[in-house]
Design a protein around this ligand. Sequence first.
Ligand SMILES: *Cc1c(COP(=O)(O)O)cnc(C)c1O
Length: 354
Amino acid sequence: MFDLKSIVRPTVLQLQPYSSARDEFEGGAEVYLDANENPYSNGLNRYPDPRQRALKGKISGLWSVPIESIFLGNGSDEAIDLLVRAFCEPGQDEILVCPPTYGMYQVTAAINNVKLKKVPLDAGFNIDEEKVIANLENPRLKLIFLCSPNNPTGNLMDAGVVGRILKKFKGMVVVDEAYVDFSPEGSLIGLLESNPNPNPNLVVLRTFSKAWGMAGLRLGAALGSTELIGIMNRIKPPYNVSELTQQKAMELLENKEEMLAKVDEMNREREILREVLLRIPGVDRVFSSSANFLLVAFKNAGFVFQSLREQGIVVRDRRKEVPNCLRISIGTPLENRRLLNQLEQLLVPNVSIH
Ligand SMILES: *Cc1c(COP(=O)(O)O)cnc(C)c1O
């Protein structure tokens, strides 16, 4: 039997959370003299709702997840940090990651003095199920971070493998779905179905920074059991999502159709880019992707990276994570054409440069 309380840090379980003025008084009043705010209105002089109820209501409808299963944070990076701090005793506990993957898991572990166990993805960038399972009996292992679609490789993780890890592990499995809006069929959100929650040790991370186009706003979500979300809410800074973020997100989330149309366009562009790249000499491999970027292996990635940069085009150098590889985000059609033109000029011998 999975028991959340047995793996949460005792400090966190015993914590008496800070109770803000907005927590202690709910409902409407005519005169607010409880929070030492400046009374003169400029639209932002009041503290935001610490529980983000209106915004969560909207998100709940969008993803068909109950409000009590939603944590909202200052980007999903905040959720990653809170998960590590909720479960991992510094200097003792461990997290497991499957590189090459998103770098923040490792950095967050390091900041919190939490050990990192690496079980690399296999040659096809899939989870090495046997090697992950070999670690599950370690009582110090509290969290497993999986990323699907994975950054920087772009592929979805196998749902069957994740399901088996969930069943065998007595700690938490975090599935980071930052890019899942580009391949919604790959989401594991369905495994969270409530009453009773069949996978109480699953946390799904989502962000509004990618498909939704709100990277500048800083809004991310963690979805999980009511009990888990309760723990995360206890340890979050009270006003972690600003009033501007809450208001603007409410407004932008109205544009779901527009988001879906842009996602379709980016997905189409990704496949065009992939096909053209594959025909360019000097391109060794273009990995298939379920996200809004492509991982590309070049014969001379350093030269390509530097030359593109000199032409004002910046891509992500991932050679330290995946040999010879650059990660290229999908831009507008115009930006993608410009990239391809530059690459052809750099790598196709008989294209003259004007
Ligand atoms: C971009 C990215 C995030 C970032 O999330 P924020 O909500 O912007 O903090 C999280 N996870 C992965 C894998 C990402 O690539």
